[in-house]
Ligand binder design. Structure first.
Ligand SMILES: NC(=O)c1ccc[n+]([C@@H]2O[C@H](COP(=O)([O-])OP(=O)(O)OC[C@H]3O[C@@H](n4cnc5c(N)ncnc54)[C@H](OP(=O)(O)O)[C@@H]3O)[C@@H](O)[C@H]2O)c1
Length: 162
């Protein structure tokens, strides 16, 4: 199955691949937030309805797309998408960051071209998890160890150029 060239995942997770608890991210890492801002600024963010509801407002300087099956759902400053598969063609020409949560990473996991992942030390009793993604499909491109987390970029083998 072909990946969509510019469909990227960005996520932070704990040692159990936990993403969040009660619709919140239970850790705080200013350096991770700073990188999230730097990577995503000027691009399109795609998220599930629950992740949208965990944010105070649309993130400035970026387009937001929210996936929901709710026909009546509305959100200020965001595009609503009922059929996530429509993103696959669009992400062949436009950079789209899937920013969560679990349901969105699961849905798009066969198609992600790059994974921008932050690994947060500790276990936070999460109730949402990053899906198991076949490591052999995603060679490591870059890694960096910071004071409070490790950050790595994995690129799908279809497009990885060592
Ligand atoms: N650590 C991180 O990097 C990170 C990033 C983002 C989020 N999170 C955490 O992840 C958790 C939320 O994840 P989640 O899996 O519960 O929710 P989610 O993926 O954010 O949103 C789920 C919702 O998306 C919609 N949806 C899912 N599949 C769909 C499909 N095939 N077609 C149309 N709409 C679809 C549905 O909305 P409707 O119910 O409205 O139909 C569904 O309830 C929270 O704890 C959040 O804090 C963590």
């Amino acid at each position: 199955m072909a990946v969509s060239r510019f469909l990227y995942f960005i996520a932070s997770m704990d040692e159990e691949q936990g993403l969040g608890k009660q619709n919140k991210i239970p850790w705080r890492s200013p350096s991770d937030l700073k990188r999230f801002q730097a990577l995503t600024l000027g691009h399109t963010l795609l998220m599930g309805r629950k992740t949208w509801e965990s944010l105070p407002r649309a993130l400035p300087g970026r387009k937001s797309i929210i996936c929901t099956r709710d026909e009546k759902f509305q959100a200020q400053g965001a595009e609503i998408l009922k059929d996530p598969s429509q993103i696959l063609e669009r992400a062949k020409v436009e950079t789209i960051y899937v920013i969560g949560g679990q349901k969105m990473y699961e849905y798009f996991s066969p198609f992600a071209a790059k994974l921008f992942l932050s690994f947060i030390p500790g276990r936070y009793a999460c109730d949402a998890f990053f899906p198991p993604i076949l490591k052999e499909n995603y060679p490591l491109e870059y890694t960096e160890t910071l004071a409070d987390h490790k950050f790595s970029i994995f690129v799908h083998k279809e497009i990885f150029t060592p």
